[in-house]
Design a binder for this molecule. Structure first.
Ligand SMILES: Nc1nc2c(ncn2[C@@H]2O[C@H](COP(=O)(O)OP(=O)(O)OP(=O)(O)O)[C@@H](O)[C@H]2O)c(=O)[nH]1
Ligand SMILES: [Mg+2]
Length: 192
């Protein structure tokens, strides 16, 4: 279940140009700033593989990383970033919908990252519905579990488990590594 290699492959900026090499895809989605890039970095234990920071690190493309030469981790731009123009937000939304619905992509699963402290927002519900429509497995990651009131975190994780019994819910912290082994074993399965 170890990560033996991780390489950046490609940034897809529009709604075409996916990598030619077909490998199973684990796609990371979530609101802007929720920690998608940080979760990927923490999983592969390479600090800047999927660059993360407050503003400069904002992911603006569909970034493909090849893991163990056998699976792609795909870092998507975040939705719900209020500072973007409406036009740009709409384009991002379209790009995300295109990607998750793209029948040529062999998805292994979707990792929907939510904020463990804040809980679900409307945009998370909408994204969950979009992902559920595809029929692929959804893993809900409650990230930033190290932050804020632990009571709130516990309550929000419980809500996720109750609300989405068909999903796998993982309490996670990209900062402390909580949940890393559990999430890795789910994402890499026995095939790797
Ligand atoms: N305390 C804490 N901070 C975190 C955690 N994960 C991410 N962050 C911080 O949250 C901020 C955003 O992280 P990113 O990984 O860039 O978030 P993102 O979802 O990729 O953001 P976009 O690419 O803009 O959609 C950074 O300042 C991270 O250091 C976590 O588990 N705990
Ligand atoms: Mg990012």
């Amino acid at each position: 279940m170890a990560i033996r290699s991780a390489q950046f492959v490609k940034a897809v900026t529009g709604t075409e140009g996916l990598p030619e090499l077909q490998l199973p895809v684990v796609a990371f989605l979530g609101r802007s700033n929720v920690g998608k890039s940080s979760v990927i970095n923490s999983l592969v234990r390479v600090k800047k593989l999927a660059y993360s920071s407050n503003t400069q690190g904002r992911t603006t493309a569909i970034n493909y990383f090849c893991i163990n030469k056998s699976v792609y981790f795909v870092d998507l731009p975040g939705y719900g970033f209020a500072k973007l123009s409406r036009d740009r937000q709409e384009k991002l939304g379209k790009q995300i919908s295109w990607f998750v619905g793209e029948s040529s992509v062999p998805f292994r699963c979707f990792v929907l990252i939510v904020d463990a402290e804040i809980g679900l927002k409307n945009s998370d519900h909408a994204t969950y519905a979009l992902l559920a429509d595809t029929g692929h497995r959804i893993v809900l990651v409650a990230n930033k579990a190290d932050k804020g009131k632990q009571n709130d975190v516990a309550k929000n994780v419980l809500t996720l488990r109750t609300m989405f019994p068909e999903a796998t819910v993982v309490r996670y912290s990209a900062k402390t590594g909580e949940g890393r082994n559990e999430l890795l074993s789910i994402l890499l399965e026995d095939k790797d």
